[in-house]
Design a protein around this ligand. Structure first.
Ligand SMILES: C[S@@+](CC[C@H](N)C(=O)[O-])C[C@H]1O[C@@H](n2cnc3c(N)ncnc32)[C@H](O)[C@@H]1O
Length: 266
């Protein structure tokens, strides 16, 4: 399956900020509790974006782990490198396309992670095969992504506003079945963990900000829903009207993020 997907750094950082501002639970705490990365480990973060997980592990291990963050977006890598300089941290951010061979020898890493990224791989068997190859025996792979019940309210509001079914996000539709099974087929042991975060929006505006950061014109997954700027704004207007109706009716807007974490051991 060929998936044409390019995240923009502004949209990604807006969504991360909104999760942290209005959420009831912290995904970083969940991730660290699950993985407990240790000083002395060699860690590869695939599809690292602006470096969220890499910086998290670096802080948790007090700079004692050797961390490499790889992504194919030079824009996001530059953001990560700028933060690296700013913090004086020593994370190695480098180009990595997860649809190509990973540029590392066999049995290199103790931990390979990928948050909300690797499920866009065109050939899952190939990409997870690469993750398996570069892990040491006994090393762990951690992959997080949305489960099908993720953001139900977001999809319900858009559905009511447009009378159309939302194009399925490849992440959530593939995560539990195809992705879990591919990893399970390659690794010695595979577990599925779950994280829930209730985002309570105090007004309609931050919800609309989230919608914009999810379906802006750059995100090719959504382009079947609008054509050009005018149609995009008209769509946002309709979504805003429905969100306001829900808010007036319920006195709040709550969107629940449901994230799966696949943890596998080589
Ligand atoms: C939703 S972002 C998640 C970023 C980061 N892991 C985080 O949690 O903030 C998805 C990331 O996957 C990256 N990506 C998509 N396709 C890729 C590919 N073929 N190779 C490497 N990275 C890719 C994007 O550039 C983007 O940084």
């Amino acid at each position: 399956m060929e998936i044409n997907y390019q995240e923009t750094s502004k949209d990604l950082l807006t969504r991360i900020d909104i999760h942290e501002k209005y959420g009831s639970a912290n995904i970083d705490v969940w991730t660290n509790d699950l993985l407990k990365p240790q000083a002395g480990m060699k860690i590869l973060d695939v599809g690292c974006g602006a470096g969220k997980l890499s910086f998290l592990f670096n802080e948790y291990t007090k700079g004692g782990a050797e961390i490499i963050g790889g992504d194919f977006s030079e824009e996001l890598l530059d953001k990560a490198r700028a933060k690296n300089r700013e913090l004086g941290t020593k994370i190695d951010f480098q180009f990595l396309d997860f649809n190509k061979l990973f540029n590392f020898p066999d049995n290199t890493f103790d931990l390979v992670t990928s948050a909300f990224a690797i499920y866009y791989a065109s050939d899952l068997k190939f990409t997870f095969g690469e993750a398996h190859r570069v892990l040491k025996p006994g090393g762990r792979l951690f992959v997080s992504g949305p489960l099908p019940e993720n953001k139900q309210m977001f999809y319900d509001i858009i559905k009511e506003a447009t009378n159309t079914t939302i194009p399925p996000m490849p992440g959530s539709s593939r995560f539990k079945g195809e992705i879990f099974n591919t990893i399970d087929g390659l690794f010695a042991k595979t577990e599925l963990h779950k994280f829930e975060n209730h985002l309570t929006f105090p007004s309609v505006e931050p919800f609309i900000e989230y919608v914009r950061a999810s379906l802006s014109e750059d995100r090719k997954l959504w382009t079947s829903m609008f054509n050009g700027k005018d149609e995009y704004e008209a769509l946002i207007g309709k979504i805003q009207a429905v969100a306001q109706k829900w808010f007036d009716r319920d006195g709040k807007l709550v969107m629940t993020k449901v994230v799966g974490g696949i943890l596998a051991t080589k």
